[in-house]
Design a protein around this ligand. Sequence first.
Ligand code: MG
Length: 266
Amino acid sequence: MSVELKSAVELEGMRQSGRINARVRRLLWDAIRPGVTGLELDQLAKKAIKEHGAEPTFVGYAPMGKPPYPGAICYSVNEELVHGIPAPGRRCRPGTTGPDRALQEGDIVTIDLGVTYKGWVSDAAFTAPVGEVSDEALALVETTRRALWAGIDQMKAGNRLGDVSSAIGAVAGGKYGIVTGYGGHGVGRKMHMEPHVPNYGRPGTGLRLQPGLVLALEPMFSAGGAATEEVADEWTVVMADGSLSAHWEETVAITADGPEVLTRLD
Ligand code: MG
């Protein structure tokens, strides 16, 4: 497996992209309230990204014969795990609210954002509560966020990739489903690069971590089973059993001084 190591100059490019990503995510976080739709949040993101002289990485993304992705963000509500499209043509699991999936008090919503600035990609996500949410939903959101930071703490030169993966998975503590079909990844001039970063693993195994390696870590946990399925819009991924799910992501560089979170919110 060949992994790309960034020079100091390249890392500065990644840093600038990450800073824009954080500013736009902050705007999105502050805009979340009952009644807001994914389409509205997507328009907000597109405008803000443009104002920063950057581009929305996700727009037009079309891997493996999929229809081009229409949004700047992914907007995934409750049992939707990832890749919820914030656009007309969105489909939901039967029994949920209409296709625009306007936010309702008590929902949790995951916003994933990719920003490209001067060719450098940053990728990050959060799950936010909408108004007052249940203790169970809040615990899932907080535990998934804690798992991300447990992984980040292991992003040290000399550690192995398995140390990062196992630290993330350990936080689920057998209480939450760990989604295995998706995970973190290398990131740089492209959004998805080697290596893949599973959200479970064994310490002391896998790739040796070195300064200059940049990874997007992204734990995804569910309150029920870990199986997922894709709905008819060919993008939106939902938990197969309809359980609540959460997803947090940051783009993180390994430096000689330890992990540097490039997309960190202010
Ligand atoms: Mg990612």
